[in-house]
Design a protein around this ligand. Structure first.
Ligand code: NAI
Length: 410
């Protein structure tokens, strides 16, 4: 297999209408062989399209499972132009020494804006008044309508999105309380709650921004919802299984909560053609959205640029920072030296065998970076050697037992 090639020889296949910003970034970096498809391809077409691709870019509809990966001959890296990476067989990719990248934070602002809008709409009782108008009603009244100014927003999970929500809420004059399992630096005048119950007891609006983990599953259950302030509102744009939907529905039915906004659900339709089922459909005072918290044109633009730049850095320089299935290495530029990448099974003695190759040839190593994760090791070596010498070194490295893949970077 030819492993060292100039950028123009690297074939990149982008599926599912990935934003033009990705193509622009790749082209600007010298990657001119970009093949772009508007839609996810049927399996046989997919197999044909990716057979000789060095880099594949996809979103959530393309299943890059072991079978599909088995149809690739030259694969170097995969870019998921989205947040989730379940559609890729990460283990299989890793076994072949293929890092997979995604864009976990490009839509942070989009989610934060939606949450703020929902807090305002809920406090003004807009969802039920909107529903009433659609049925010909005219529920003109100030009853139960409040400004968000001076109200308390409780943020559960004070990470990328939670902190953004807090900053925007403060700009509207809200008091911000947050709860996180990690000690977090408070932005602005936000204050940590003593614990989750303390937050629930004090917040007028509770918004959830935690990841899906065993600890967050059902984290807002009947008990927690009962500890919220009477007439409070709940917003969930995090993950569907964080809230017990039946318990939320019961609290809404009994009018203990005044409203809710829910973007994510324990079971979501797989396509637009499937019906959406939820116990929350009956409530006019619940804003329901089809998991669009992060779905904006700006987010798509940002995702295109973010993932493309990660793929470019890996291809140009070997850096694997923020790869989801691979040892992470953040590398300096390698101007004036050749860079050899060695991906191997993480077995004892590998590094000394690698170093032997260089000492036997009397080649000085200018820089060496090693990172291991799970069963995989990744060594990057910078050497002052001619192209021919470097290629010879690469061949020797490739012959070391336990080697998964080698590459020489121009
Ligand atoms: P992040 O990782 O930056 O922040 C999550 C925070 O939650 C961290 O500070 C973490 O310490 C905290 N946390 C974890 N377990 C906790 C627990 N048991 N109790 C309290 N705090 C806990 O994540 P980010 O980017 O802010 O995303 C948050 C959530 O939003 C994720 O679930 C993500 O999947 C979801 N999301 C939803 C989108 C949508 O379209 N609705 C779009 C983007 C993200």
């Amino acid at each position: 297999m030819k492993t060292s090639f100039p950028r123009k020889d690297i074939k990149i296949v982008l599926l599912e209408g990935i934003h033009q910003s990705a193509v622009d970034a790749l082209n600007a970096a010298g990657y001119s062989q970009v093949e772009r498809y508007e839609k996810a391809l049927p399996r046989p077409d997919l197999f044909a399209a990716i057979a000789d691709a060095h880099i594949i870019g996809l979103r959530s509809r393309t299943q890059l499972d072991a079978e599909a990966i088995g149809h690739t001959r030259r694969l170097l890296a995969v870019g998921c132009f989205c947040i989730g990476t379940n559609q890729v067989d990460l283990h299989q990719a890793r076994e072949l020494g293929v890092p997979v990248f995604n864009a976990p934070y490009s839509n942070t602002r989009s989610v934060a804006e939606l949450v703020i809008a929902e807090a305002i709409l809920l406090m003004r009782r807009v969802p039920e008044r909107n529903a009433s108008c659609h049925r010909g009603g005219w529920a003109k009244s100030a009853e139960g309508s409040y400004e968000v100014r001076s109200k308390t927003l409780g943020i559960v999970g004070y990470g990328h999105i939670g902190t953004q929500v807090g900053v925007l809420a403060e700009a509207l004059g809200m008091h911000v309380l947050y709860h996180d399992i990690e000690a977090k630096l408070a932005l602005g005048n936000a204050a940590p709650a003593h614990n989750l119950d303390d937050l629930l007891a004090r917040a007028d609006v509770v918004t959830l921004h935690v990841p899906a983990t065993p600890e967050t599953k059902g984290m807002l259950g009947a008990g927690e919802i009962a500890r919220m302030r009477p007439g409070a509102m709940l917003i969930n744009a995090s993950r569907g299984n964080v809230v017990d939907i039946e318990a939320l529905a019961a609290a809404l039915r009994e009018r203990r909560l005044a409203g809710a906004a829910v973007d994510v659900f324990p079971a979501e339709p797989k396509s637009r053609d499937e019906e959406f089922h939820s116990a929350l459909r009956e409530f006019d005072n619940v804003l329901l959205t089809p998991h669009v918290g992060g779905s904006t044109q700006e987010a798509q633009f940002n995702i295109g640029g973010e993932v493309a730049s990660k793929l470019i850095r890996y291809s140009d320089n070997g850096s694997t920072l923020s790869a989801v299935n691979f040892p992470e290495v953040n590398l300096p530029e390698h101007v004036g030296s050749s860079r050899l990448l060695h991906i191997h099974h993480n077995v004892p003695g590998m590094l000394s065998r690698i170093n032997e190759v260089f000492s036997q040839d009397g080649i000085n190593i200018n820089g060496q970076h090693l990172q291991t994760e799970g069963g995989l090791g990744y060594v990057v070596l910078d050497v002052s050697a001619s192209e021919q010498q470097s290629e010879h070194l690469r061949e020797q490295l490739a012959a070391i037992p336990g080697t998964v893949r080698t590459r020489l970077l121009y």
